[in-house]
Write a protein that binds this ligand. Structure first.
Ligand SMILES: Nc1ncnc2c1ncn2[C@@H]1O[C@H](COP(=O)(O)OP(=O)(O)OP(=O)(O)O)[C@@H](O)[C@H]1O
Ligand SMILES: [Mg+2]
Length: 302
């Protein structure tokens, strides 16, 4: 697969979506992305997901003559910037929670590779808290990395931030992007009128965390904000590029404000997440069908 040639007749269409990778392009039915130190891990993981018949991620197709990774193009709708209003739509958000659950079930089954058995954290940051990491999570479930078809999330792109995770780590990342879990002044305008606690509960219940895992959500969110500040600072200093750009634009202050908001709201958020919702017919069907996820219909109306 190495050294796949690009047909000279195929032109490259620049793709924008994230903040970090410059030079992501579409070529026909493929995407070409610059590689980094993490790429080998990502390629191995995408290969394992393909073997497991998981169809909600791009396929890794090889490396082109310019040393870029080749991924399959996934047709659908992805939020650009500024975010469209539908990013705050509860049906869209619950479909992302269900998709993440499906992906994580496969990732849990694959487990951690032998050479990545421990969770690492940047020097200077406090030790992360929460359940033990048991799989390589996606950890960047941003709207720009989520593909929709017919209003439903069907695929997650961009595994560059994959790292040893617990289900709680994944859900905390989900809440950051799809429940507006950050300081009110930093929340995207589309989240105006969305209650982060209620939206958080909807997504946590749709994903289907156990009560014990739910208790961890707020402490892990606070811990993740602390980690994130240090990661961003290190990446800005060591890797520069988009990381430096984001740091200079004040992402560090934004992360600190997120941490302070979470600390100030922790009791209220925990209470909201732990509240029991009444069961509906759909829940019973889901449960009897072997799924722990809660239905959108009930949750969306909750
Ligand atoms: N395999 C794919 N199928 C469909 N669209 C894709 C695919 N890969 C990328 N895209 C589109 O290109 C955009 C940018 O791609 P990607 O997320 O891989 O890079 P990036 O976000 O620029 O990188 P980073 O997050 O590291 O800054 C995405 O938001 C999406 O719109
Ligand atoms: Mg991206």
């Amino acid at each position: 697969m190495l050294g796949c040639m690009t047909d000279p007749g195929m032109h490259e269409i620049p793709l924008q979506g994230g903040d970090v990778s410059d030079g992501v392009v579409r070529v026909g039915d493929t995407v070409r992305r610059p590689m980094g130190p993490h790429s080998e891990l990502v390629h191995r993981l995408l290969g394992q997901l393909e073997e497991a018949d998981v169809d909600c991620v791009p396929r890794f197709l090889g490396i082109d003559e310019q040393g870029r990774e080749i991924l399959s193009w996934i047709e659908g709708e992805v939020a650009g910037r500024p975010w469209p209003d539908w990013v705050a739509d509860p049906e869209r958000a619950t479909s992302v929670a269900r998709l993440l659950r499906r992906l994580d079930d496969a990732l849990v089954h694959i487990g951690l590779p032998d050479d990545t058995a421990v969770r690492s954290w940047p020097s200077g940051a406090p030790e992360p808290v929460g359940p033990v990491a048991s799989f390589l999570g996606h950890r960047h479930v941003a709207p720009e990395n989520t593909v929709f078809r017919d209003g439903r999330a069907v695929a997650l792109l961009d595994f560059d931030l994959t790292s040893p995770s617990s289900r709680v780590d994944e859900v905390v990342n989900l809440l950051l992007w799809w429940a507006g879990w950050m300081a009110p002044e930093d929340r995207n305008p589309v989240f105006q009128g969305v209650d982060p606690g209620e939206r958080g509960r909807l997504l946590v219940d749709t994903y289907g965390l156990s009560d014990e895992e739910k208790e961890w959500v707020v402490p892990v969110a606070i811990s993740a904000a602390q980690q994130s500040w240090h990661w961003m600072k290190h990446r800005a200093e060591d890797q520069g590029g988009g990381w430096r750009r984001m740091w200079d634009e004040g992402v560090g202050d934004q992360i600190r404000r997120r941490e302070h908001w979470l600390v100030a709201e922790q009791d209220a958020l925990r209470r909201t997440l732990m509240e029991d919702l009444p069961e509906t017919h759909e829940d019973v069907e889901h449960r009897d069908g072997g799924s722990t996820a809660v239905s959108t219909e009930r949750s969306a109306g909750a």
